[in-house]
Design a binder for this molecule. Sequence first.
Ligand code: THU
Length: 136
Amino acid sequence: MTDPMDAQALIDTAIDAAKKAYAPYSDYAVGAALLAPDGTVFTGCNVESAAYPATICGERTALVKAVSEGQREFSTIAVATKNGGSPCGMCRQMLFEFAPDLRVICCDFEGNVTIDDSLRNMLLHGFGPSDLPKPD
Ligand code: THU
């Protein structure tokens, strides 16, 4: 994913994934495309609930799809929203569990990139698996 064309393909996939968003309450569609080292891409969108806190974000949808299919390593995530918004703290934390050095690309629906940074920078001093003491 150092090739800018590959990044562009992932961005396009995230924009497409946002079309599946179920966001009747916020009207804020989020699409995510999560890339594994072998080139597999897992997509996700936000799925809202009338019981608002039960909502799941697009990034975590993609992550949970991937992990439930046996994929635990990731190199890049592209996230598309109408204004190129940033992933929430809960999504950063969940992604950090598996891929602290993930490249995070945020863009709007026209493909304009608003953020291109590492997850480690975006979740400074993040708490991860190695912070938990091993059980005796
Ligand atoms: N949302 C995401 O899908 N990802 C984020 O990182 C931020 C927020 C969703 C949740 C909700 O459906 C809508 O955006 C507005 O908060």
